[in-house]
Design a binder for this molecule. Structure first.
Ligand SMILES: O=C(O)C1=C[C@@H](OP(=O)(O)O)[C@@H](O)[C@H](O)C1
Ligand SMILES: C=C(OP(=O)(O)O)C(=O)O
Length: 413
């Protein structure tokens, strides 16, 4: 399928954002480990959370988590401490996303895990057992999800858990989000140095918990506000000012691109104010999921950039470094990569396709970050638009409600 997008003449919208999948999937694991009956409220309706709910509710012999990185990593650790034998698998891409660092760490703690396909990658066959280890060292420079997965089970281990992280820690705010939620569910855990974390044993308590809206999803509305002409006004509901989500830092970066955030009781109100900076150089190591948003926005605003800290992009839903370079060329922008961890643009242009069809590579963020481009490039088409269901199933409905025209074609052209 393909969507042809048309921008509204002016952008005024009030949007009920989806709940955060990162928070939902942590809350579901912590709730399960608490053994309580008070289910977290306002869970995301996205595919990544649906697969988690299904797995925890039914615990089938074969658990298929589709494309959900958090579900794969968090459930792997969870299954190690849960009685029974399960195989956990996912999409073809998931079977290419590395998991050896987590498996090695869990094995050091005494877990019984076998690779059911290729060494180092899902699917995994896991036999739940009592873990006896309590201290591990693991790399912190590949995916923070391994660390979050270990931390969450740490509180139910007999003597707790001490983690020592090596290398430059990436996606640190996601580790802090895990620690915050563990605390909310009654556990004690925290940093003891820049690279060490201790978790006290004692388990979790049954706790009422409400999931905040998704700050990563909010970024596409910031992007639309930045790119819209006139005086756009967008209200995003369900976001907190003092959010534990690292991607809330997007608000501060967008201020430099001319979008002002006003915190209101229901969420945030966005308006355009001032002019974008003349160039944007930023380390995005803490906010990798916003890389596509900022790369596309800066090109379309004509703001040259250099974004570092992107080393995790190659192992996400697709190789996002390659995908961005290829798809931006269709819009007439020549961006460059360095050392698999940096993307930069000095303003270089190439002829744009007449009716660009953006490929999305089974990556929700490719679809969501390129759709706002219709505010600048008429006749833009998004291929396989249904990929948004991974984190924001109502994305296209919300765009239509905001006045965007969407025409669906059955075949990609
Ligand atoms: O813990 C989480 O909820 C997430 C951590 C990040 O992954 P990495 O730690 O692999 O960068 C992020 O990209 C992902 O979307 C969600
Ligand atoms: C990388 C992402 O998700 P995950 O790693 O959880 O599949 C994402 O949502 O951008």
């Amino acid at each position: 399928m393909q969507y042809l997008l048309n921008a509204p003449a002016s952008l005024y919208a009030t949007v009920q954002l989806p709940a955060s999948k990162s928070i939902s999937n942590r809350a579901l694991i912590l709730h399960a480990l608490s053994g309580g009956s008070t289910r977290p409220e306002n869970l995301s309706d996205c595919n990544d959370t649906q697969v988690m709910i299904r797995a925890l509710d039914h615990m089938p012999d074969v658990i298929d988590i589709h494309a959900a990185g958090t579900a794969m990593r968090f459930l792997t650790a969870y299954l190690c401490v849960t009685p029974g034998t399960h195989t956990i698998t996912g999409t073809e891409r998931m079977q290419q996303r590395p998991i050896r660092i987590l498996v090695d760490a869990l094995r050091t703690l005494g877990a019984r895990i076998d690779y059911a396909g290729n060494e180092g990658f899902p699917p995994l066959c896991i036999n739940g057992t009592q873990l006896t280890g309590s201290e591990i060292e693991l790399a912190g420079n590949v995916s923070s999800q391994y660390i979050s997965a270990l931390l969450m089970i740490g509180a139910v281990l007999p003597v707790g858990l001490k983690l020592r992280l090596t290398g430059n820690i990436i996606s640190r705010p996601y580790i802090n989000l895990t620690l915050q939620l563990m605390h909310d569910f009654g556990a004690q855990a925290g940093w003891t140095s820049e690279s060490s974390i201790d978790v006290t044993p004692g388990g979790y308590r049954d706790t009422p918990f409400r999931v905040e809206s998704d700050w990563s999803a909010a970024s596409y509305w910031y992007q639309m506000t930045a790119l819209a002409t006139g005086s756009p006004e967008v209200e995003l509901l369900g976001l907190f000012a003092n959010s534990a989500q690292g991607d809330s830092r997007g608000a501060e970066l967008f201020a430099r691109l001319g979008v002002q955030t006003e915190y209101i009781p229901q969420g945030v109100k966005l308006r355009k104010q001032g002019h974008p900076v003349v160039r944007l150089d930023e380390d995005l190591v803490d906010i990798p999921d916003l890389a596509q948003t900022f790369v596309v926005t800066c090109c379309l605003l004509d703001v040259p950039f250099r974004f570092t800290g992107l080393q995790s992009l190659k192992i996400k839903e697709t190789d996002r470094i390659c995908a961005l370079i290829t798809e931006l060329r269709k819009l007439g922008y020549v961006i460059h990569a360095e050392q698999d961890s940096i993307l930069w643009w000095d303003g270089e242009r190439c002829p744009a396709d007449e009716q660009p069809g953006i490929d999305t590579y089974e990556d929700h963020r490719m679809a969501m970050a390129f759709a706002p481009a219709c505010l600048v490039c008429p006749s833009i088409r998004i291929n396989e638009p249904q990929v948004v269901s991974k984190s924001y199933p109502r994305y296209w409905d919300d765009l239509q409600a905001a006045g965007f025209g969407i025409t669906a074609y059955p075949e990609s052209r």
